[in-house]
Design a protein around this ligand. Structure first.
Ligand SMILES: *Cc1c(COP(=O)(O)O)cnc(C)c1O
Length: 373
């Protein structure tokens, strides 16, 4: 990097890691000359969105010369009704990652501590650091579960903000309703609790998963729950997520840092159309959960360690450098995510795809590891 330009930047910026979004399908095709690509690196829904979404987008094509509704009124009202909250308790984002960034811009700065999990969803760490806050990471237990006692102790020290992913990305483990109640008990009123439920539609099929919004209601502490249309709803390419906060005052602060037209028209229209066909989403989620259990069992039977997952992905220990394994899989047209955080470099995260792609993954992994799976 050019020295001079780096000196002009805020001191936090040059030290931030670049987000590792992986290679695109086209890049893999060109580099390795493979035809079929199994896209299992980004936890997308391979079944895609309801067909109603495509129809709604075709109709939209005649109106794209207009700016979108900056308050996303139709979508906001629909989501408020869905969750039985006031429209003023909702913030919409260009993906929920946009809201993670707004939260850090509005609430964190130099001297603040942000609490989250390790291994983590990278942006739970990168955005606070971007603002100059320091990040405290809670470790997993030895059996790849959340450490309730460590989290409660850390929450009692009143960090400015706590990112609680439920379930975890990349591990897939979850907080149960009972554990979540204890976290809430331990939390200080000086901490904004941010519960990231990107995989809630999958996790709610796992017994014990909390009704977080119900538990947070009237808890007397500041909170916001984040959801996204990128995963189960199949709209990752359009970018739309939202947050439900306990208090409209939280949303009013986020609105100060939000870019006015952050959720584009196509995203608003598509999310509305998807919401109207929830049954389609539920069917795809059920299919994925069945596939997940079959894949996990197959990998475990072959002697690989797989963390219990309440999501649409698996965290798998491969017994050697996962980056090297990932490279071998790429050459066979299978995209997964090798983990890079210290202590987890022998783990890969694989999204649960359609049956034939999971099959391709298993065959490719078997070839790369040189053992039957
Ligand atoms: C995928 C994911 C998101 C981001 O989703 P977008 O709405 O696409 O920005 C947020 N949090 C977690 C934990 C995720 O896995």
């Amino acid at each position: 990097m050019n020295e001079n330009i780096a000196q002009l930047a805020r001191p936090e910026v040059p030290t931030l890691p670049a987000y590792n979004a992986g290679l695109s399908s086209d890049a893999v095709r060109t580099r390795y000359g493979v035809q079929h690509i199994a896209r299992l690196g980004s936890n997308e829904n391979p079944h895609g969105p309801s067909p109603r979404v495509g129809a709604a987008l075709v109709d939209l094509a005649r109106q794209i010369q207009y700016y979108p509704d900056a308050s996303a009124t139709t979508l906001r009202d629909a989501l408020a009704a869905r969750h039985a909250v006031q429209p003023g308790q909702l913030v919409l984002g260009n993906g929920s990652e946009d809201i993670l960034q707004m939260l850090c811009q509005a609430f964190t700065g130099v001297g603040d501590v942000v609490l989250t999990q390790r291994p983590s969803f990278g942006l739970h760490e990168i955005y606070p650091r971007m603002m100059g806050a320091s990040v405290e990471l809670v470790e997993l237990t030895a059996d790849l579960e959340f450490d309730l006692a460590a989290w409660c102790a850390a929450l009692q020290r009143a960090p400015k903000l706590a990112f609680i992913a439920n379930p975890s990305n990349p591990v897939g483990c979850m907080w149960t309703a009972e554990q979540f109640a204890q976290l809430l008990q331990a939390a200080s009123p000086q901490t904004l609790l941010v519960v990231d439920e990107a995989y809630v539609e999958y996790a709610s099929l796992t017994p014990g998963y909390p009704d977080t919004l119900a538990q947070l209601q009237d808890c007397g502490k500041p909170w916001i729950v984040l959801r996204t249309f990128s995963k189960a709803w199949g709209l990752a390419g359009l970018r739309v997520g939202y947050g439900v906060a306990g208090d409209a005052a939280t949303i009013a602060l986020l609105d100060r840092v939000r870019t006015p037209f952050n959720v584009n028209q196509a995203a608003q229209v598509a999310a509305m159309a998807a919401l109207k066909d929830e049954a389609y989403m539920r069917r795809s989620v059920q299919a994925t959960v069945l596939e997940r259990e079959a894949l996990a069992q197959r990998l475990r039977t072959a002697g690989l360690r797989v963390a219990p997952s309440a999501t649409n992905f698996l965290f798998v220990e491969v017994g050697r450098d996962a980056a090297v394994v990932a490279e071998g899989l790429l050459a066979k047209g299978v995209i997964i995510k090798p983990w890079k955080e210290p202590g987890f470099t022998q783990f890969l995260r694989v999204s649960v795809g359609l049956q034939e792609d999971n099959q391709r993954f298993v065959q490719a992994l078997s070839a790369v590891l040189g053992r039957p799976i």
